[in-house]
Design a protein around this ligand. Sequence first.
Ligand code: MN3
Length: 199
Amino acid sequence: MTFTLPELPYAYDALGPYMSKETLEFHHDKHHKAYVDTGNKLLEGTGLEGKSVEEVLVAAYGNNQPLFNNAGQHYNHIHFWQWMKPNGGGAVPGALAKKIDEDLGGFEKFKADFIQAGVGQFGSGWAWLAVKDGKLEIQKTPNGENPLVHGAKPILGVDVWEHSYYIDYRNRRPDYLKAFIENLVNWEHVEKMYAEATK
Ligand code: MN3
């Protein structure tokens, strides 16, 4: 079996009041698990068994849409859990903060543009902070797509599928995105992915 469901890196009730226990139970135990289980079924016989999730999603993109959808969502959610932490948000670590200033016009502009990318993604998808050609970029993608299939490396992403926020925020996607940036982001994990993406 290639894909396995990781445990959440915190308790189910650890992200309240910004993301509830009920949301995390459904989102992790039902939605992410379904991508893992379906992905493993779709991998059978493709010759991609045993490859990394990154290798599988890049190989499947444009060739095997069902496998791509599930592998992409598996990758996205592995990191989504790690891109959040209790008492998150706050100050961006130094080197990354400087890069946000240089490439994205400062933290406040980044925040507004990142939220706008999430609000502007019509239907299901993701908003991203990614490294492309050595520069930071904000991107948005539909469904299970991510920056890896657009020549970029994601360092932060937020799930804007309704299953990620509807229990806690109903239709108020902008409020969810604001809470994500201000109260949930694990900037240490973002910084770690930034360092890996730029080395
Ligand atoms: Mn999701």
